[in-house]
Design a protein around this ligand. Structure first.
Ligand code: GDP
Length: 193
């Protein structure tokens, strides 16, 4: 998809704030700093529509972006900040769980992991959660440009093994610096629209 129009529709915390449309939704999840905002901005050809979210103290919301009047991207706040209190973490978990398990428009989740590192416990939990609820997953391994070409396969294998990766899901190596993986990511997303 070649995107010309993208805008934020609403930052929601509860279901009554979700937009009332039938448009398909693709949610994007990953730990803070994984490169989620950069991924979104690359896919929609914008410099900074999606801003780095999930910094401690910031409101944790589901951000709905309307793309080409054809779909919504739903930016899920980043997980993995140790500083966040237990109460905040529980609220975060409940918000995500409610959205992902009840929203009929949700077609697939882009789960972002860092190609440089083995998945964190939270990355693994997120993947297991999505598999349990039979939500299709597109795993995007970010920051590909930071790993030499000869090591891509090895890193991909480590991530897949740790996730117990299901071959029916997509796995894409991505770099927001070089834009590698952009077309592949759109093709994977378009399968679910
Ligand atoms: P978010 O917190 O997941 O939304 O992460 P951001 O998109 O804000 O990225 C976090 C940091 O990683 C920023 O400094 C980005 O410039 C950097 N970053 C994101 N994607 C890439 C990438 O593909 N390659 C490189 N080299 N850096 C990246």
């Amino acid at each position: 998809m070649n995107v010309h129009n993208a805008e934020i529709i609403i930052s929601a915390v509860s279901p009554k704030q979700y937009p009332e449309t039938e448009l398909p939704e693709i949610a994007l999840a990953g730990r803070s700093n994984v490169g989620k905002s950069s991924f979104i901005n690359t896919l929609i050809n914008r410099k900074n529509l999606a801003r780095t979210s999930g910094k401690p103290g910031k409101t944790q919301t589901l951000n709905f972006y309307l793309i080409e009047d054809a779909l919504h991207f739903v930016d899920v706040p980043g997980y993995g900040y140790a500083k966040v209190s237990k109460t905040e973490r529980a609220k975060w978990g409940e918000m995500i769980e409610t959205y992902m398990t009840t929203r009929e428009q949700l077609k697939a989740v882009v789960s972002l992991v860092d190609l440089r590192h083995a998945p964190t416990q939270e990355d693994i939990q997120m993947y297991e959660f999505l598999k349990y609820y039979e939500i299709p997953v597109i795993v995007v391994a970010t920051k590909k440009d930071k790993i030499p070409r000869g090591k891509w396969n090895k890193h991909e294998s480590i991530i897949k093994k740790a996730l117990n990766f299901d071959k029916s899901d997509d796995f894409i190596l991505f770099s927001s610096q070089t834009k590698e993986g952009k077309e592949e990511a759109w093709l994977a997303i378009e399968k679910y629209l």
